[in-house]
Design a protein around this ligand. Structure first.
Ligand code: NAD
Length: 365
């Protein structure tokens, strides 16, 4: 398959990506692909994934898919940002050096701000500091350097806002006290979420493959522990996937004993049809990329001088944004995942074309 064919295939056959940069540095072994899916709403922001891909085709497919998802996430969250992503091919524990990160920083810089990077799987805030020596188009740096630091508290806050919206629709109040929430994965986001749920008076049932994290969270918040294999079967009000993607699938959906699925994990649905399967089970699904946008909303605040107060206020907007998406799903008789994608696409088309016109107007003066 040719490169352009591969790019179109990642978008279901349509030509969507604006630009894909392949860059290398033979001295450090850097091989990177930076994909800019869309800058219609603003610069393309997305993390740098440093990963030992099986081959270059897998790396290209991943960066194309992830950059597209970032466009939708930013658009649905109402941000003035486009979607982009970068991958560095290789094992970070063997390949990560100052030279490699700085060479990568130069590749980012060459795009002149059309792509802004951040951390992702295999990269850290410290790496962002190194990349920053070569380019200013970096976010996710430590608080001491004016950055927004760990996005997880903001992400958990956004999940809570989404749960409030879902609770209002299902039970007529956003009060979660007395409700039971099953949290799959008590890592960075899951832990903050359990803390917030506990403060809100909810009971939590938690599962994690990491025994240390599990026991620590249970001891701190009085959560009930359950085996990771059994988390799908628990009787609860809300199931919150906060671990890996694909948790909601044809095998797990019939087991769910919840009224709603609201969690932080990316790509929760194994296939798009799973959103319909949830409807058939009478379960309300809050689309993952709307629910978990707190992290990117938080990082966006870094671009204009970081303030947690401003970030928190913006993150709380996830509640009303989700409400509008669920209304749309109901009105049009479509599942919430499709409704969220429609909202994102519409905003990219309508607001995006407004920006282009402005630029043209200015150019004509
Ligand atoms: P994390 O790695 O800190 O936590 C994930 C936790 O899930 C870990 O404790 C891990 O042991 C556990 N886990 C792995 N497999 C499991 C299984 N089979 N059953 C139960 N637990 C399992 O990651 P995180 O930053 O908390 O992110 C959680 C999810 O939310 C990820 O899908 C991530 O992509 C998504 N997300 C995170 C953020 C953020 O701000 N960190 C933002 C948006 C989306």
């Amino acid at each position: 398959m040719g490169v352009f064919e591969a790019i179109d295939a990642a978008n279901g056959g349509a030509t969507e990506h604006e630009e894909v940069l392949f860059a290398s540095d033979p001295v450090s072994g850097l091989k990177t692909i930076i994909a800019i899916h869309s800058t219609a709403l603003g610069p393309a922001l997305g993390g740098t994934r440093f990963f030992a891909y099986r081959n270059e085709d897998d790396a290209l497919t991943d960066v194309l898919r992830l950059s597209r998802a970032m466009s939708y996430k930013a658009a649905a969250a109402g941000l003035d940002l486009g979607g982009g992503k970068a991958v560095i091919i290789g094992d970070p524990s063997e390949m990560k050096t100052e030279r490699l990160l700085r060479a990568y920083g130069r590749a980012v810089d060459s795009l002149g701000g059309r792509y802004i990077t951040a951390e992702d799987v295999g990269t850290t805030t410290e790496d962002m500091m190194m990349i920053m020596r070569e380019t200013k188009w970096v976010t996710g740096v430590p608080a001491a350097f004016g950055g927004s630091d760990d996005p997880s508290p903001a992400t958990a806050r956004g999940v809570m806002a989404a749960m409030g919206t879902v609770a209002t629709r299902l039970w007529g109040t956003d009060d979660l006290s007395g409700r039971t929430v099953a949290v799959q994965g008590v890592g960075k986001v899951g832990r903050h979420l359990v803390e917030r749920l506990t403060k809100a008076g909810a009971e939590t049932i938690i599962a994690d493959v990491n025994q240390v994290a599990l026991e620590d969270v249970a001891a701190s918040y009085g959560s009930e522990i359950i085996d990771p294999e059994d988390i799908y079967d628990v009787d609860c009000d809300i199931f919150a996937p906060c671990a890996l993607g694909g948790a909601i699938n044809a095998e797990t959906i019939p087991r769910l004993g919840c009224a709603a699925v609201v969690g932080s994990a990316n790509n929760q649905l194994a296939t798009p049809e799973d959103a319909d399967r949830l409807i058939d089970m009478g379960i309300l699904y809050a689309p993952d990329f709307v629910v978990n946008a707190g992290g990117i909303i938080n990082i966006t605040e870094e671009l204009r001088g970081y303030s947690w107060e401003r970030a928190a206020h913006a993150v709380d907007g996830i509640g009303p944004a989700l409400s509008r998406i669920l209304d749309r799903a109901e009105t049009h008789g479509i599942n919430p995942h499709i409704a969220a994608e429609d909202v994102a696409r519409e905003r990219i088309a309508t607001v995006g074309s407004l920006r282009v016109r402005r630029r043209t107007d200015a150019g004509g003066k």
